[in-house]
Design a protein around this ligand. Structure first.
Ligand code: SAH
Length: 213
C-alpha cells in the first residue's frame, strides 16, 4: 500500500537527489512515483526512503536511489526506448525505467531474486519482461537496445552487450574491481565505432558469471 506519508518521504528523497546533482525531470518524477518501500520487508520499511543501498537477500542489495537516478540519467531514455537491465535484483531500477516510459527487459542470474521481482512488479502495475540468465551474454534474441544498464560492478566491458546496442545506443556500466568501479558510458557511434566517457567512482556488488538456481 502507498500512502500520503510515503509520498511525503519520497518528495524529500527527490530533494536529496536534486541536491546531489540530478536534474533530469523524467528521472526525478520516476523517483517521486515508484513506491520504494514496497521492495522492502515490512520490518525494514523505515529504511526505504533513505538515500542508501540496502540488503535484499541472496547477498545482494537494492541500489542507492542516487545511484539509480544517476545511471537512469546517463541512459537518456525517451518514451518507447528498448532498455536492457542487467541485474534485476529487487526490481527497483526496473520500475524506475518503466516509469520513464521505457520498454524494459531485465535479466537476473539468481533465481530467488528473479522469481521475487517478477511477481512483485506486475502486482504493482509495471509491465516488463523478466529473464533468468547470465547478463554477460545479454539477450541476443531481443537486440538491438537503445540503452543497456548494468547494475553490478563489471571487471571489464562485456563484448556481447556492445554488439546488442542500436547505433546511437548507450551502455552504462560500472567498471572495476571489488572495492570501487568507474561509472562508464559507451555510445555506439556506428556499426564499428564506440566512444567512451567516465563519470566517477561508485561501489556495486560484483557482476558474476553463470546462473544460480
Ligand atoms: N538493479 C537492482 C540492483 C541489484 S544488485 C535493484 O534495483 O535492486 C545487482 C544484481 O545484479 C544482483 O541481484 C546480482 O545477482 C545481479 N547480477 C550480478 N551478475 C549478474 C549477471 N552476470 N547477470 C545477471 N545479473 C547479475
Amino acid at each position: 500500500m502507498d500512502s500520503y506519508r510515503h509520498k511525503g518521504l519520497r518528495n524529500r528523497l527527490v530533494q536529496e537527489v536534486i541536491q546531489k546533482g540530478i536534474n533530469d525531470e523524467n528521472v526525478l518524477s520516476a523517483i517521486a512515483n515508484v513506491p520504494r518501500h514496497m521492495f522492502f520487508e515490512s520490518s525494514f520499511i523505515q529504511f526505504a526512503y533513505q538515500d542508501k543501498a540496502f540488503p535484499i537477500g541472496a547477498g545482494q542489495t537494492i541500489s542507492q536511489p542516487y545511484t539509480v537516478a544517476f545511471q537512469s540519467e546517463l541512459l537518456e531514455i525517451k518514451p518507447g526506448h528498448k532498455v536492457l537491465e542487467v541485474g534485476t535484483g529487487s526490481g527497483y531500477q526496473a520500475a524506475v525505467l518503466c516509469e520513464m516510459g521505457a520498454k524494459v527487459y531485465s535479466i537476473e542470474r539468481q533465481k530467488e531474486l528473479h522469481l521475487k521481482s517478477s511477481k512483485l512488479l506486475p502486482r504493482m502495475g509495471y509491465k516488463l519482461r523478466f529473464f533468468l540468465g547470465d547478463g554477460y551474454k545479454g539477450l541476443p534474441q531481443f537486440e538491438p537496445f537503445n540503452s543497456i544498464v548494468v547494475t553490478a560492478g563489471a571487471p571489464q566491458i562485456p563484448e556481447d552487450l556492445l554488439t546488442q546496442l542500436a547505433i546511437g545506443g548507450r551502455l552504462v556500466i560500472p567498471v572495476g574491481g571489488d572495492d570501487f568501479q568507474i561509472m562508464t558510458r559507451i555510445t555506439r557511434e556506428s556499426e564499428t565505432e564506440f566512444s567512451q566517457e567516465e563519470f566517477g567512482n561508485f561501489a556495486f556488488v560484483p557482476m558474476l558469471k553463470g546462473v544460480v538456481k
